[in-house]
Design a protein around this ligand. Structure first.
Ligand code: DSN
Length: 428
């Protein structure tokens, strides 16, 4: 077994104290080291970020904010939270950052709490078209307590911007429903977001504008995707996807009044004590993201995504919106095999050591637990050091597993080839 992610001494230490739990960790470490991670929202955090989360910062309650805590003994927590906030502001070029949200969904819920009242209308992209459950799904708080209206993509195949945001339609939906908030930023959208156009639309209907850049945060920080600032009133993100930090959330703004409302919304509105070991790791991750290497990494993420999309197209898979500008792509499997579903593809690929998630394609006739598509992303592969030329091999491995229809023997051979490839590209 290889345990690339954990220092041997840490594993040995845990094995002595809790062998049962340690074995589960060793197995997960081995899984990550020997499989190709293509889930667009996942990445391999650096050893510094992972070690930071295992520190004594976890032991402390620090409710409140630097200089205004509800517990004694917070001097170092103030320092580290200030450092994280300063780095976040520098990274995204904004005036204010709250680094306490435990996750992206909680960052979004806090933003709603800061800007909206129950029953208020907001406008966003439906989950089925690439949005997120916290952007108005009926079973989520955002869809239960607020009134979401959704804008469409271009669904007409003849349109130059097929399966891309239909900005004129966004304007129409906003004119009709007068939302208090307009949202952009998505979970499964492969194209550049025109934040300036969204600002114009928000201004025309008197709405606040929010961007959830959870997926593209690393690209934005590196200048590889346009920035939502100065166009957006509030920007939320996760810190663990392309940004490659610890699992967590972040809310940013340039507006001092909104900043106060966001602080009150995160704590005490949504959360109690912040996860200070994660805030510590956020500070370290933001420091890493400010480095020139991080920009090169993000450029390579996009090059790899474009190369993988091209290689899959050459193997008869359809890439929605006819390509990608960012770190991810949606693959419509039906052009390769009309009967192939996302659920089967996810299962057969996992059997082959390739980790993906099924995902609906726009206007997918199949239900969300089946789907006609896969969402693939290159952040994790790029962290391992794979480049454009390797995407041909990855596409080939994917196609062999899927063409075999999950045949145990073929998948075992692919699994073996995947493990060998992983051996050539060890985790950081
Ligand atoms: N679950 C995340 C994703 O995979 O995109 C979004 O929260």
């Amino acid at each position: 077994m290889s345990h690339d992610l954990i220092a041997d001494s840490v594993l040995a230490f845990l094995r002595e104290r809790d062998p049962k739990a340690a074995e589960i960790l060793a197995a997960e470490s081995d899984r990550q080291a020997t499989t190709l991670e293509l889930i667009a929202s996942e990445n391999h955090a650096s050893p510094a970020v992972m070690h930071a989360m295992g520190t004594c910062f976890t032991n402390k309650y620090a409710e409140g904010y630097p200089g205004a805590r509800y517990y004694g003994g917070c001097a170092h927590h103030d320092q580290i939270e200030d450092l994280a906030r300063e780095r976040a502001k520098e990274l995204f070029g904004c005036q204010f950052a709250n680094v306490q949200p435990h996750s992206g969904a909680q960052a979004n819920a806090s933003a709603f709490l800061a800007m909206l009242k129950p029953g208020d209308t907001f406008c966003s992209l439906n989950l089925a078209d690439g949005g997120h459950l916290s952007h108005g799904l009926k079973v989520n708080m955002s869809g239960k307590w607020f009134n979401p209206v959704f804008y469409p993509l271009h669904y007409d195949e003849g349109h130059d911007e097929f399966e891309q945001i239909d900005y004129d339609a966004v304007e129409e939906v906003c004119r009709e429903h007068k939302p208090k908030l307009l949202m952009c930023g998505y979970s499964a959208y492969p194209r550049v977001i025109d934040f300036a156009r969204f600002r114009e639309i928000a201004d025309n209907c008197g709405a606040l504008l929010m961007a959830d850049i959870a997926h593209i945060a690393g690209l934005v920080a590196a200048g590889v995707h346009p920035s939502p600032f100065p166009h957006c009133d509030i920007v939320t993100t996760t810190t663990h996807k392309t940004l490659r930090g610890p699992r967590g959330g972040l809310v940013m703004t340039n507006d001092p009044e909104l900043a106060k409302k966001i602080d009150r919304a995160v704590f005490p509105g949504m959360q109690g004590g912040p996860l200070m070991h994660v805030v510590f790791a956020k500070a370290i991750a933001f420091g890493e993201a400010l480095s020139p290497e991080f920009r090169t990494y993000q450029q390579q993420v996009v090059k790899n995504a474009q190369a993988l999309a091209k290689a899959l197209t050459a193997r008869a898979y359809r890439i929605t919106s006819r390509g990608t500008d960012n770190h991810l792509m949606l693959v419509d499997l039906r052009t390769r095999d009309a009967d192939l579903t996302g659920a089967d593809a996810e299962l057969w690929l996992e059997r082959s050591g390739i980790i993906t998630n099924k995902n609906g394609v726009p206007q997918d006739p199949r239900p969300p637990k089946v789907t006609s598509g896969l969402r693939l992303g290159t952040p994790a592969l790029t962290t391992r050091g794979l480049t454009e030329g390797d995407m041909e091999t990855v596409a080939d491995l994917i196609d062999r597993a899927l063409a075999s229809k999950g045949d145990e023997g073929v998948c075992a051979q692919v699994r073996n080839d995947v493990a060998q490839m992983c051996g050539r590209f060890p985790l950081p």
